[in-house]
Design a protein around this ligand. Structure first.
Ligand SMILES: C[S@@+](CC[C@H](N)C(=O)[O-])C[C@H]1O[C@@H](n2cnc3c(N)ncnc32)[C@H](O)[C@@H]1O
Length: 292
């Protein structure tokens, strides 16, 4: 698998964790529940004796103590698993998925402008930059992030990967991208679009409209013939539906990959060179202004 099999410790030392609060929170709770279940095991008889004061008979007390101890131990296992999965998803899997996304573009040598939407720490951004470097392209990749504070950290990771001359970063709203129409040869985004609009609640129509707006922007800034590659959690089927509505071509969806404890897919597509509706040629409204 080449680069996909890169050592996780190396990836972690360069990129760290995007959201370290979640695995740490889960880990602390896992340790707490583990200690609790060991205490249940060590002090099983005294616990049964104590519970007898509240329950009818010793067998009910033994059942309650055994049941509580088992649930506590099971919770600890689940919490350890969740913390491990989130750590794995943020580091090794994230790197592997970035390689997959890069491989979805057949010819990087002709790519002049690429965009990574929601570049975060820059795992995908640098994977694209490494590919541009490898293919001898004179192309550059822009990493866009909603907050400006990220740029310095992201550029530092590009420096660690030796691709700083291929990378620029800028802040901007993914719902109104600060780029002209038909500009990029490739637009990619990893584990980001689902975050947009989450302030409305992940499952609300308002959040879905925000995600669709982002997708519309991706399509707008893509050159005709350009390639879009989106790896995201949970909502990919809705992106696929929208891409079909927008008459994108060559839409491919990867098999399901469990990431961050939920299902994820990579969807790739290309923007048609021309778009026809009915007898007259009509340019599609990529901006999706009609959504809100
Ligand atoms: C999993 S990371 C993306 C990683 C990046 N694409 C990469 O390949 O390294 C998700 C990013 O979304 C940002 N984010 C979190 N909540 C957000 C929100 N409500 N709207 C937009 N971005 C958000 C976080 O700062 C984080 O950097």
């Amino acid at each position: 698998m080449g680069k996909a099999a890169r050592d996780w410790a190396q990836i972690y030392s360069i990129y760290g964790l995007d959201d370290w609060h979640t695995p740490i929170f889960l880990l602390i709770h896992a340790i707490f529940f583990s200690v609790l279940s060991v205490l249940f095991l060590l002090y099983f008889e005294p616990t049964c004796y104590f519970l007898q004061h509240f329950l009818p008979g010793p067998s009910a007390a033994r059942f309650a103590a055994g049941f509580t101890g088992s649930v506590t131990a099971l919770s600890a296992v689940c919490l350890f698993f969740a913390a491990g999965n989130i750590f794995y998803s943020s580091v090794s899997l994230h790197w592997e998925m970035a390689q997959r996304m890069v491989n979805a573009v057949t010819d990087w040598s002709t790519v002049k402008h690429a965009l990574d939407l929601g570049c975060g720490r820059g795992i995908l951004l640098n994977a694209v930059a490494l590919q541009l470097k490898k293919s001898g392209s004179s192309g550059r990749v822009v990493g866009l992030h909603p907050t400006p504070i990220r740029s310095l950290t992201t550029l530092r990771t590009a420096g660690h990967e030796g691709v700083q001359e291929y990378v620029t970063c800028r802040a901007g709203d993914p719902r109104t991208l600060p780029f002209s129409d038909n500009y990029f040869d490739v637009v990619a985004s990893a584990a980001f679009v689902h975050k947009v609009g989450k302030e409305f609640g992940q499952k609300t129509a308002a959040a879905a409209a925000e995600r669709m707006r982002v997708l519309g922007e991706v399509v707008r800034v893509l050159k005709p013939g350009g390639v879009g590659v989106v790896w995201d959690l949970v909502h990919v089927p809705e992106y696929v539906k929208r891409l079909h509505e927008l008459k994108m071509e060559d839409i491919r969806v990867s098999e399901r990959v469990t990431a961050f404890m939920v299902s994820s897919h990579v969807v790739s597509f290309s923007k048609p060179s021309q778009h026809f509706v009915g007898s007259n040629e009509v340019r599609l409204d990529w901006r999706l202004n009609n959504l809100c």
